[in-house]
Ligand binder design. Structure first.
Ligand code: XMP
Length: 329
């Protein structure tokens, strides 16, 4: 629309006026819509003085790294360094059960990797990067403003929920937040003008800690993560095939560290149970479980048990938020 065309031109102008001609900018891409559109805007304004990083923490969905890197490079021509930090993350997560501890560890590791990236860039460029791009939206800005008179001193900090856990300490990076006056649907419109593929712009939200909060308990046991990825992929693909992806806010599988008895062929099995969850929501604050037809659930269940080794039971989560949360951890 003309309105978003104007927003685009205006944003590019502002970024060009803000970032000096020799200054460099860094951006952590999560694979989500917001960080991608923010990076596209900055790239359009300053070209390859933007330096993006995408971290594979070993907690991503099936083929996620390959898929988003292809979009970044082939479709969007973004300059992205892909770091595979799977071993680093998983070794720190070994033996950790507590959901909040998992989140803390993941946040901390992420900052370490981002720090290294920024320092390596400094070596390469012979100067420190000056700015960090973040895909903060208007609702995030409101949410992180304390009510007047609360005496709180933190003004605009990054939510603990946010994908990026914090800033490199000694870099003194200034923030560029080109989306901070926009709502999600406006970001999607901008993305469209910037030629971000439609399918990418409609992706469901995905939590920063990734599959770590979707494998209950210690995520490093057995091949839990790989099993979860296969189950999740079948579920999502079935939802897309049924034309339901766009009416659902989030859908995913949860790996339960529970073994149950089954029978497959004429063999008794002692396999894992998994749960499927799909919800509708406006903003993630409240959510309703999605009422799939019985036939759909039966088909998905059968497909999962037939094709994913070690899984012999599928359950569907029929709890809304509240009283549950969307994620299981
Ligand atoms: P809950 O589970 O609290 O989730 O109902 C609400 C929304 O937030 C997402 N979520 C997270 N996102 N880091 C994130 O970046 C997190 O630690 C995190 N925990 C939950 C969740 O996927 C849902 O969209």
């Amino acid at each position: 629309s003309w309105k978003m065309e104007n927003v685009l031109d205006e944003e590019i102008k502002v970024i060009n006026e803000t970032v000096g001609p020799d200054e460099h900018v860094i951006c952590a891409l999560s694979g989500g819509v917001d960080s991608t559109v923010a990076a596209m805007l900055v790239h359009k304004a300053i070209g390859d003085r933007l330096h993006c990083i995408f971290v594979d923490n070993g907690l991503l969905r099936y083929k996620e790294r390959e898929r988003v890197m292809e979009t970044f490079e082939r479709d969007l021509h973004l300059p992205v360094t892909c770091v595979d930090a799977t071993d680093q993350f998983l070794s720190e997560l070994k033996g950790v059960d507590d959901p909040e501890k998992k989140r803390k560890i993941i946040g901390k590791e992420f900052i370490c990797i981002f720090d290294d990236f920024a320092h390596e860039l400094e070596q390469k460029l012979g100067r420190k990067p000056s700015y960090l791009v973040q895909g903060t939206l208007y609702p995030d800005v409101i949410e992180s403003c304390p009510p007047p008179g609360s005496g709180s001193t933190h003004s605009h900090t990054i939510k603990s929920h946010h994908n990026v856990g914090g800033l490199p300490k000694d870099m003194k990076l200034k923030l560029i937040e080109p989306l901070k006056l926009l709502f999600k649907d406006e970001v999607r419109q901008l993305g469209k003008i910037l030629n971000v593929p439609e399918g990418f712009l409609k992706r469901h939200p995905f939590p920063g800690p990734g599959l770590a909060v979707r494998v209950i308990g210690d995520v490093t046991l057995g091949n839990y993560l790989d099993t979860l990825r296969l189950v999740d992929e079948i579920f999502i693909q079935s939802i897309k095939d049924a034309g339901l992806y766009d009416v659902i806010w989030q859908a995913f599988a949860v790996f339960l560290p529970v073994r149950t008895v089954g029978v497959q062929g004429d063999q008794r099995t002692h396999g894992h149970a998994i749960a499927l969850r799909a919800v509708t929501s406006e903003d993630g604050m409240t959510a309703d479980w999605y009422p799939f037809e019985g036939k759909f659930l039966a088909d998905v269940s059968q497909k999962i048990c037939n094709s994913v080794r070690g899984v012999n039971r599928v359950s569907y989560d029929i709890t809304s938020k509240p009283p549950s949360t969307i994620e299981w951890e």
